[in-house]
Design a protein around this ligand. Structure first.
Ligand code: ZN
Length: 235
């Protein structure tokens, strides 16, 4: 009897905490991809930075191609590397929130989730040009009830992607996606990472090589690199 009650309570909580936000995420993601497909540009996004070794290299490549990108740094790195954050802003790139400690929403309780998203947002707010940063990319692309409520309460635009080279999994010996340049078309939103590097695996060297290829390919195809806000046509 008690076991049944406990199991039912767990099931109800799981539905409320994970399953319902998962359905909402699917709807938000569908809308994001619909807008992305209408864009005539290519959107470069970088998660989990800034990193003292790789972020400057990413910025150098972007500057060489005169391209602007959208960065989703994690709050604890924002706190640690203010000079890098300043450089990102000064070079005209855009910012979005990505939590403070990159906690997995399905493995984190309500209080831990709220602190992660709230602290992440607070760190980034100092670098926002016109007040609040209104973009939010959920860590691991996943939501729970609390991060979903944060998005609604703070009126954030949820940002996803449609091309994931999985650069977080690879060593520098491997190319991210074979012939990645062939995948670049109008409306591509590519997910790169400039942080959480595994230096033993070559860090982000593969990302840097792929980034140059993507920008070269976009230029050859006449596709403009755009930021997420330009893609969304929001100020
Ligand atoms: Zn991330």
């Amino acid at each position: 009897m008690w076991i049944e009650i406990i199991l039912s309570a767990i099931a109800i909580m799981a539905v409320l905490y994970i399953l319902f936000p998962w359905v909402v995420k699917l709807i938000l993601r569908k809308e994001f991809l619909r807008l992305a497909n209408k864009s005539s540009g290519v959107c470069l996004t970088f998660d989990d930075g800034p990193d003292p070794v790789f972020t400057p290299k990413v910025l150098d490549i972007l500057a060489k191609f005169n391209a602007r990108a959208t960065f989703f740094p994690i709050g604890k790195n924002v706190e640690r590397y203010p000079a890098l954050m300043k450089r990102i802003i000064e070079e005209g790139h855009e910012l979005g929130e990505h939590g403070y400690d990159h906690k997995h929403p399905w493995l984190t309780g309500p209080y831990g989730t709220w602190m992660d998203v709230w602290k992440g947002g607070r760190q980034l707010a100092a670098y926002a040009k016109n007040g609040a940063v209104n973009l939010f990319r959920p860590p691991y692309g996943k939501l729970n009830l609390v991060s979903m409520l944060y998005i609604y309460r703070k009126k954030k635009t949820t940002v996803f992607w449609n091309l994931d080279p999985k650069d977080y999994r690879l060593s520098s010996e491997n190319m991210l996606i074979p012939n990645i340049q062939n995948h670049i078309t109008n409306g591509t939103v590519i997910l790169f990472h400039d942080g959480r590097c595994n230096l033993a695996k070559g860090g982000r060297d593969a990302t840097l090589r792929a980034l140059a290829m993507v920008l070269e390919s976009a230029r050859n195809k006449g596709l403009e690199p755009v930021t997420i806000k330009e893609l969304y046509l929001i100020k």
